[in-house]
Structure formats: structure tokens, C-alpha cells
Design a protein around this ligand. Structure first.
Ligand code: SF4
Length: 243
């Protein structure tokens, strides 16, 4: 596996905010979001936390084997009782076979859930790992952010993902138009109005500006007329300076 880092921290976004997780961050992504705050480029080395929560790292050579990943995860789970192992990125489903293999082996040695953080565009790959995944955090991507229309791919993805513990996250910025936001809301409602929909106000970066508080509340109010559970949850890990 080409990895960026493996570490133990608290989930800072979405439905499982605050839960202790082990993050396996995989290299490569198929999108280029304007607000992306993640370095997902392949590197010669993967940074592995020296122990769970140390926030200090030691490099190991890429590519990392599945056995090495399982070993690190097992050690961290022994050090800190852990809610779930997050396969994140980049886009982890670009390397679905490694996700499947690592998740399968992790489940044999640790009592943890497998959590998939994904941009929701690779439905065929999702189908191949679905049996080992417990929770799916899917981002819905707006064309104002990616410069491409991903909604057809999102629809196919949601049709498969809905059988798991699924929530959808939409990052809202000053740029987000009402048209694209409500297209996303309608898309999710078409699959099921019971799917949790999280509005994540963007953490401003570079030219990307925050949405106004009024806009955030107005969008939530209107979305709640279409979906049953729409929550406003900002990123929290940055507020307390953890990874
Ligand atoms: S999908 Fe995620 S990792 Fe990929 S560019 Fe967008 S924000 Fe970055």
C-alpha cells in the first residue's frame, strides 16, 4: 500500500466526532477539490506514529505491506481502546484491494469497526469492499469545488452504500450555490430521506472563504423540509490542534 501516515486520534468530523480512531491515510486521489487540506501525493516513506496519540512519527518505506499495517493497528488498539479504523486519503477506494485485505485481517485481530472516508465517486470499487466495511462517511462534491459533475457517480455510489451505517457530508463555502446544494439534498432524498446529511462549514483555506452563518442556517432549514436529519457540524480537530 502507498500510504501517507498511520496514527491514532479523535475523529474531528461528522457523525462519529470525538470517537477514537486509527487513521490509515492512503496516497492518491481522483479529484482535486479547491479546499483540499490533505497531502495525498505518493512519497517514499509513510509516517507511522511512534505510539497511539504520541503525535510523533517514524518513517517506514513505501509501499507498506498489509501485514505491516495490521501490526501497527494491532499495537495501537492494545495501547488505546479504539472505536474504528478509518481508511482515508486521498481516495482509499482507488486501492480497494488493499483496503479489503487490510480490513479483513484487522477484523481478525482487533475488536474495531471499519470506517471508510470517501469522496463517493467509485461505486464499483465500493461494492468490492462492502462486506468488510461497517461505516461509510461519504462526501458529496460540488462542481464549484471540483470543476466536474460527480452527481451521477454519487447516485450509483449511494445506491450501494445505503445498506451500511452511512452518512453524507457536504462542505459548505461562500462559493456553494443554492442550486448545487439542493441538487445534492434531492439526490440523497431520492435514495432515502432518512440518510443523515451533515453540513460541514468549510474551514477557510487559501482563496476558499467561509459561508456566512445566515446562509448555513438557511440551507439547513430548507434541507430539513426534504431530509429528516440535517446537522451542522464543523471540523473540530483543528480547533484543538490535533491531527
Ligand atoms: S476528494 Fe478529498 S482528498 Fe481528494 S482532493 Fe477532494 S478533499 Fe482532497
Amino acid at each position: 500500500m502507498n500510504l501517507i501516515e498511520i496514527f491514532s486520534s479523535a475523529q474531528g468530523e461528522g457523525k462519529f466526532i470525538g470517537c477514537r480512531q486509527i487513521f490509515v491515510r492512503m496516497a492518491d486521489c481522483n479529484l482535486r477539490c479547491a479546499y483540499c487540506d490533505t497531502n495525498f501525493s505518493r512519497a517514499d516513506f509513510c509516517n507511522v506514529e511512534t505510539f497511539a496519540g504520541a503525535m510523533e512519527f517514524a518513517p517506514i518505506k513505501n509501499p507498506v505491506t498489509v501485514a505491516q499495517v495490521v501490526d501497527v493497528v494491532k499495537n495501537f488498539c492494545e495501547q488505546v481502546p479504539t472505536h474504528s479504523v478509518s481508511f482515508t486519503g486521498g481516495e482509499p477506494l482507488l486501492n480497494w484491494q488493499s483496503v479489503f485485505d487490510a480490513a479483513t485481517e484487522i477484523k481478525k485481530v482487533c475488536d474495531v469497526k471499519i470506517f471508510l472516508e470517501t469522496n463517493g465517486t467509485l461505486a464499483d470499487e465500493l461494492a468490492k469492499v462492502l462486506s468488510v466495511v461497517d461505516i461509510i462517511s461519504m462526501d458529496v462534491k460540488f462542481s464549484s469545488v471540483t470543476n466536474e459533475d460527480t452527481f451521477t457517480r454519487h447516485k450509483k455510489f449511494l445506491q450501494i452504500a445505503r445498506e451500511k451505517d452511512l452518512y453524507v457530508k457536504a462542505v459548505l463555502s461562500d462559493e456553494t450555490t443554492a442550486e448545487e446544494f439542493f441538487r445534492a439534498v434531492e439526490l440523497v432524498a431520492e435514495i432515502s430521506p432518512n440518510i443523515l446529511f451533515i453540513i460541514q462549514p468549510v474551514t477557510p483555506v487559501g482563496a476558499v472563504k467561509a459561508a456566512s452563518p445566515k446562509k448555513i442556517l438557511q440551507f439547513q432549514a430548507a434541507a430539513l423540509k426534504i431530509l429528516r436529519d440535517v446537522r451542522i457540524i464543523p471540523q473540530t480537530h483543528k480547533a484543538i490542534n490535533i491531527f
